[in-house]
Design a protein around this ligand. Sequence first.
Ligand SMILES: Nc1ncnc2c1ncn2[C@@H]1O[C@H](COP(=O)(O)OP(=O)(O)OP(=O)(O)O)[C@@H](O)[C@H]1O
Ligand SMILES: [Mg+2]
Length: 382
Amino acid sequence: MSKLRAERLYKVFGRRPDEAVAKLEGGTDRENLRAEGTTAAVIDASFDVEAGQIFVVMGLSGSGKSTLLRMLNGLLEPTAGRVHFDGHDLTGLEPRDLRQVRSHKISMVFQHFALFPHRSVLENAAYGLEVQGVPRKERFQRATEALELVGLGGWESSWPDELSGGMQQRVGLARALATDADLLLMDESFSALDPLIRRDMQDQLLQLQKRLKKTIVFITHDLNEAMRLGDRIAVMRDGRIVQIGSAEDILVTPANDYVASFIQDVDRSRVLTAGAIMTDPAEALGTTTDDGTTLRTERDVLDAAPATVTEDTPIIELFTPCSRSGVAVAVTDDNGSLVGVVSRARLLAALGEPGTGPDGAKPTSPGEPDAPESGKKVIADA
Ligand SMILES: Nc1ncnc2c1ncn2[C@@H]1O[C@H](COP(=O)(O)OP(=O)(O)OP(=O)(O)O)[C@@H](O)[C@H]1O
Ligand SMILES: [Mg+2]
């Protein structure tokens, strides 16, 4: 059973929301409802998040991300549908029980994290525990540990205005971590930060996640952030989830033109992995190396490869080895067994470069070498 499950969630703001849900189910679209003064913020959203996963919800402004998130912790009551968390049906809980779950098991980190200006960093980090009624000594100890985790050890007695924006955001993260909540809900938590600091925070979150294995729902309108962080990504448009998948699923097989246009500017070299583009090891057999030896066995392929990588290696790391040698890069599993190869031609084709696909396919739109269709075509041929 998944940790968190959203089941056909709807949230309608305005008059007669139940009628609006019925209309939406009957095929009425969001625009028609808006003409009647009703906003369908979230329409028929369903998904599962496994324990330990980072689930990213991505979409343009107004697509319903924050509304969806607020239904997940019961801050907003769904107009229809259910939220299951840790075996509880949150939508059916009494307000008191819901508050209990929300304060102990779920933490939220917002975009503009409001720290209390007249409380020290430590007191700010301990705030969630204070709300839970944890005794002073214990909450300060746990908050100190959480600050240490986010790299703010030593700043406990500073004041918020002595910290940079990125550091303040980390206090917010520490506050969420200190409560020991299993589920972190992060709404545009890094969006207000400068690009470099933002990247840093993303790295730090991924590092922390390796150790803490929380279940995280992370909201962003930034596709590159979504691709970096998300084990799975849901793309929202006008209140509906239009695709759910891994970064690679979305990049390689966008569900529709909307998603395809959304992903046009993504840096494929950092998202696609060797595992996604590798071909059968047999393809490397018969290759001749620079010194004239012909590769006849898988052992030969492994020995001659300019590099050996694992399936999760981003393809950006394959450029240098592929440019040095005419022999394919070897892809091995955890036991060191050969599971695939990536040739230079394959690498270039995966990036959607014109005319380099295995079948010499031309990209569908010559003006856009990165058009998703060309990448999709090439990968689908694998
Ligand atoms: N309390 C409310 N009352 C009425 N309409 C609302 C309310 N909250 C949100 N909406 C509307 O619901 C839609 C979705 O809003 P939401 O805040 O969920 O979008 P979002 O994807 O989080 O956008 P952003 O990226 O700008 O934060 C918008 O049209 C918004 O105006
Ligand atoms: Mg929002």
